[in-house]
Write a protein that binds this ligand. Structure first.
Ligand code: NI
Length: 386
């Protein structure tokens, strides 16, 4: 029986798993209950399980009934610090934490593929199931890689997916080549001299310097980066002060840079350092810049993108398997795994209409068997590849 037909038979069970995970969301590196459920389900289906890679990461290994290639499949497990406002009967029971990016669905899809592959074993090669923690900016993929993920479980190719409320139900999209932006995060600390608000001449006002700096930073992308290279620089936080009549000692700015070209990212880093340094000297303040890389550019291997589209076409029809062309300025930490092992990452559209990371986000459970079947087919089709 084709993967999609067999998995459809236990779609209700997948919905129940997904809703249970949804009710009990956990933040990055804290996915103790979630990873416990994952490990227990995998063991129940007779799958070899390794836990504790990247703190709460879980690996399952399923060998097919004949030799072949090793195909890695990855799902993320973490939730976001958002207070759910959906009023769903299975809404988050943890105040301030919500599966608002649908990672509960991704985890469930990979469990669905795992059950199918373990029950049937009629495939060449080996499936390595990677349940990763902390995708939302905390570096879960890097943590697993640093703890020897691909040395301990070498993969010939890897695949991952993300649900998309922006695409129609059943639409599966892959952008071959560079697909999602690399990301740096930054913290800038402006240290001046605090004092009475009525006597600014006796202070070095870090708020005035920090607010002017926000505008100056916006000149980097428009004046220093080649206009052919897509780059975003956003200041997303300003913190300072606690009283109406006190000029504070310090102000901090935080934000993110998104890029596709590493040279452009280096130009931004250099100009930020120069502007911070010059601004500090001009105003007699000390400005420190802490800039760090968080996500690599997500590169879909062109050949593996085609393999994924071919599997997608089998499951949702050729018209629904879309070769995308748009670059996405959002980031995804599967990029760090794709930098080590070639593969591809796709979007799976669904019936929800509230954006990801919104307190009202609802994942359409109808995509669970679609995503599970796609992941299973990647093993069945690629394990046997020459
Ligand atoms: Ni996500």
């Amino acid at each position: 029986m084709p993967a999609q037909d067999r998995i459809a038979e236990y779609a209700e069970e997948l919905t129940a798993i997904r809703r249970d995970l949804h009710e009990h969301p956990e933040l990055g590196f804290e996915e103790v209950r979630t990873s416990g459920i994952v490990a227990e389900k995998l063991k129940g289906w007779g799958i070899e399980v390794t836990t504790g890679i990247g703190k709460t990461g879980v690996i399952g290994v399923i060998k097919g009934n004949r030799p072949g290639r090793t195909v890695g499949l990855r799902a993320d497990m973490d939730a976001l610090p958002i207070h759910e406002q959906t009023n769903l009967p299975y809404a988050s029971k943890t105040p301030g934490v919500m599966h608002a990016c649908g990672h509960d669905g991704h985890t469930t899809m990979l469990l669905g593929a795992a059950r199918y592959l373990a029950e049937n074993r009629d495939f060449a090669g080996t499936a390595v199931l990677i349940f990763q923690p902390a995708e939302e900016g905390l570096g879960g993929a890097r943590a697993m890689i640093e703890e020897g993920l691909f040395e301990r479980f070498p993969c010939d190719e890897i695949y991952g997916l993300h649900n998309s409320p922006f695409d129609g139900p059943g639409e599966i999209g892959v952008k071959p080549g560079p697909a999602m932006a690399g990301a740096n995060f930054f913290d800038i600390t402006v240290t001046g001299r605090g004092g009475h608000a009525a006597r600014p001449e006796a202070t070095i006002d870090p708020l005035m310097i920090a607010s002017a700096l926000v505008g100056q930073l916006q000149t980097i992308v428009s004046r220093s980066v080649p206009s052919t290279s897509p780059v975003v620089l956003s200041v997303t936080q300003i913190h300072s002060g606690a009283a109406y009549n006190v000029i504070p000692e310090q102000a901090t700015l935080c934000g993110t840079i998104r890029y596709f070209d590493r040279e452009a990212a280096e130009i931004v880093a250099r100009r930020m350092a120069e502007i911070c340094d010059g601004f500090g000297r001009a105003h007699g303040a000390t400005i420190t810049l802490d800039l760090r890389n968080v996500f690599d550019v997500l590169m879909n291997d062109p050949d593996h993108s085609e393999h994924m589209l071919a599997a997608a076409a089998e499951i949702t029809g050729a018209a629904n398997a879309r070769r995308k062309t748009d670059l996405v300025m959002g980031s995804e930490d599967f990029a760090d795994m794709l930098a080590k092992v070639p593969g591809a990452y796709c979007t799976v559209g669904h019936g929800g209409d509230v954006p990801l990371h919104n307190a009202g986000f609802v994942l359409d459970d109808a995509i669970l068997p679609v995503g599970a079947a796609l992941l299973a087919r990647m093993v069945e089709t690629r394990g046997a590849a020459a």
